[in-house]
Design a protein around this ligand. Structure first.
Ligand SMILES: *[C@@H]1O[C@H](CO)[C@@H](O)[C@H](O)[C@H]1NC(C)=O
Ligand SMILES: *[C@@H]1O[C@H](CO)[C@@H](O)[C@H](O)[C@H]1NC(C)=O
Ligand SMILES: *[C@@H]1O[C@H](CO)[C@@H](O)[C@H](O)[C@H]1NC(C)=O
Ligand SMILES: [Mn+2]
Length: 491
């Protein structure tokens, strides 16, 4: 079995395991309450390994893998013979993609409990992944990675006579094409692969010419709309365009990452956004989110969706295109927009952002990682991340960064918010999230922001989900959407 298949299988077994409980946990808020309960218990007795271990499980279920890892580690510090602690630490490390560390703990569990079938299975699964990764590294160093673009013969791809969907006009995206494509997708029909490839190849070219930090200027009378995570919620994307107007030269947009994964219609969302990027390259902006990466796409649905609707080769091309998405955008030298947030260290400048070599999978640390992954926190200073990647930054960190770079405030996305947006750090850190009723479960509103050149004051617009269950369940059943893998608070 390939690595991808393995990961999907393990994600699915998790998914089916949890789906039954989910209605219960959502109405009862079981995990949230469990976390509260164990935190209180730990305040009374902080040397109880079981409390840490049980809270670790609750954190795993709410995808706070960083906290889950910390708690499992703590449980083992208290009692190094506590086998469940090894199991939990292994599970946390698996979720964080730290397979070697996970393997060591699974080994311990299997050694102590040779008859535990579940542990043995997990151990074997993890062992396979570690070996597969080693193999991939070995072959990767032997060949320089070739672009999929070079092996495509798009001109020669034929469009069958019975295809009556949208086609590019003379190889170009036009407004007519975009309108036809959006209607076509609305009816859940598939764009011809030739057209999809044409869009991908062209958008790769356009994105690769942009800097890592895009800088734009709005004139007094001009306005831009900033949207947060869309996560494959195609019908909600159409609703944004209905409420706020189609993109155009006079109606510019900035979509702030996390276009894919989770929702069932990631391909429809991303092809629509890429189409508009080609149609209005100077007035339609896209930034990379932590989900425009291979690891996330493998675990949270997009890779599976592209393979089911098209091919593995097309996914490879998506991966190449994602690597060219810019990482941040500065508006009128005053407002900085990025998907995640600020940095693990003070002193990062806009010049540092301009210099980031972004054509890669994000590293585990450093400014590129932080831009995609970090979150704000209410208290001053920095903390370890609940996600286990990057950090959390306080209002003082934001203040210093803005001062040093002569900025007014930042806009970021990356976290679901009940009202669709949240203003924190005395108005200097704004979160915007545009996937209403996230994963058909969260009941949250979506929001977008208007910024005008005249005053750069954020103006918030909220909206609710148009459809959910009706359209998206079909893909859940195919196992192609990983929205229900567990309750999601974070992404
Ligand atoms: C805390 O819990 C541990 C483990 O159950 C126990 O051995 C210890 O006596 C408890 N301490 C207090 C102060 O209750
Ligand atoms: C910890 O969780 C287990 C189930 O995983 C449960 O049986 C046990 O009662 C819990 N312990 C405490 C102290 O809540
Ligand atoms: C199309 O394919 C044929 C046969 O493989 C080849 O001879 C021709 O050069 C190709 N045309 C283009 C435009 O690549
Ligand atoms: Mn995100």
């Amino acid at each position: 079995m390939s690595l991808n298949a393995l990961i999907i299988v393990s994600a699915l077994s998790f998914y089916f395991g949890v789906i039954v409980q989910c209605d219960v946990c959502f109405s009862d808020k079981d995990y949230e309450n469990a976390i509260k309960y164990y935190s209180e218990a730990l305040e009374l007795n902080s040397s109880n390994a079981i409390y840490y271990s049980n809270r670790s499980l609750a954190y795993l279920r709410t995808e706070c893998y960083g906290y889950a890892l910390a708690d499992a580690t703590k449980a083992l510090e208290i009692d190094k013979n506590y086998i469940k602690g090894y199991y939990r630490r292994a599970t946390s490390n698996m979720a964080l993609g730290k397979f070697k560390a996970a393997l060591k703990d699974y080994e311990t569990v299997v050694r102590v409990r040779p008859n535990d079938k579940d542990a043995r299975m997990k151990y074997q699964e993890c062992n396979k992944i570690v070996k597969q990764k080693a193999f991939e590294r070995a072959i990767a160093s032997d060949e320089i990675k070739k672009s999929v673009v070079d092996s495509l013969d798009i001109e020669n791809m034929t469009i069958e006579d019975d295809y009556d969907g949208p086609k590019l006009e003379d190889g170009k995206v036009t407004l007519t094409f975009m309108k036809e494509m959006m209607d076509w997708f609305k009816d859940q029909k598939k764009l011809h692969r030739k057209c999809a490839y044409q869009i991908l190849v062209q958008v790769k070219d356009v994105l690769s010419k942009l800097p890592s930090l895009v800088e734009i200027t709005l004139k007094e009378a001009e306005k831009i709309t900033i949207c947060g995570d869309t996560h494959g919620q195609y019908y909600d994307l159409l609703n944004i365009f209905k409420l706020n107007g189609l993109p155009s030269e006079t109606n510019p947009y900035l979509f702030n990452g996390d276009f894919v994964d989770r929702g069932s219609f990631s391909l429809e969302v991303i092809l629509t956004l890429f189409g508009f990027k080609l149609l209005y390259p100077d007035n339609f902006h896209l930034l990379r989110g932590n989900h425009e990466t291979d690891n996330m796409n493998q675990m949270y649905g997009f890779e599976g969706e592209v393979k089911a609707k098209y091919t593995a080769q097309m996914f490879q091309l998506f991966s190449e295109v994602f690597q060219w998405l810019p990482l941040a955008q500065c508006i009128n030298s005053k407002v900085l927009v990025m998907h995640g947030g600020l940095f693990s260290e003070d002193g990062v400048t806009l010049e540092d952002l301009r210099k980031i070599e972004r054509n890669r999978q994000p590293p585990d640390s450093g400014p590129m990682c932080d831009l995609l992954w970090s979150d704000p926190q209410p208290q001053n200073g920095r903390s370890v991340s609940k996600r286990g990647v990057s950090c959390q930054f306080g209002p003082d960190v934001t203040e210093r960064f803005l001062d040093q770079n002569k900025l007014d405030y930042i806009v970021r996305s990356h976290e679901v918010k009940a009202e669709g947006y949240e203003v924190t750090h005395s108005g200097k850190c704004i979160t915007v999230f545009s996937a209403p009723n996230y994963c058909d479960q969260m009941g949250n509103k979506g929001a977008y922001i208007h910024l005008r050149g005249s005053d750069l004051k954020p103006e918030f617009h909220q909206f609710t989900a148009v459809v959910s269950i009706l359209y998206s369940k079909s893909l859940y059943l195919l196992g192609l959407s990983s929205c229900v893998v567990s309750p999601i608070w974070l992404w």
